[in-house]
Write a new protein. Structure first.
Length: 164
């Protein structure tokens, strides 16, 4: 279960805005990366985001480059999920690989306002907001395992340890 407040943004939020390109080649641990999350779009985000908070955005969230730092910095910042009308394909996969829940629920995006409280039950396929439920198809079991394990690399390490 994910519970948090919404941070609302528009369409075409690109990876260079999620994690500014000027930091791309700096050697940073994820905790340091989190301090720069969305700083060019929303300068207060990194300082005020709380664990479990949810980003709500329009169409094509995560467009731009294929760098996975965009997903990594959001996970490190404590973002519980990103709800959008649609995602750039490479960001969607990078998010799952980094353990970040991403869901396309256009009706919820239209209803949720900045600062609204949101509750998501990914196992049941339901998002709750102001007494209303928005249903979405539950994610495949393999994807849920990857998310529960914290991303693809921890998931593979866990699987290899079981085999060994």
């Amino acid at each position: 279960m994910i519970k948090g407040r919404a941070w609302k943004y528009g369409d075409d939020v690109n990876t260079d805005v999620i994690f500014p390109g000027r930091y791309t080649y700096a050697r940073m641990e994820p905790e340091e990366m989190a301090k720069h999350a969305l700083e060019d779009l929303d300068p207060k985000f990194a300082a005020e985001v709380k664990p479990g908070d949810v980003i709500v955005a329009g169409k094509n969230f995560g467009c731009g480059s294929s760098r996975e730092q965009a997903a990594t910095c959001l996970v490190a910042a404590g973002v519980g999920a990103v709800i959008a009308k649609s995602f750039a394909r490479i960001f969607f996969r990078n998010a799952i690989n980094n353990g970040l829940l991403v869901l396309e629920i256009p009706e919820a995006v239209d209803a949720i306002g900045p600062g609204d409280e949101v509750e998501i039950d990914p196992e049941a396929g339901v998002l709750r907001h102001k007494g209303r439920e928005y249903r979405f198809p539950p994610l495949p079991p393999t994807v849920m395992e990857i998310l529960r394990d914290g991303g693809l690399i921890p998931h593979l390490k866990k699987a290899l340890t079981k085999e060994g």
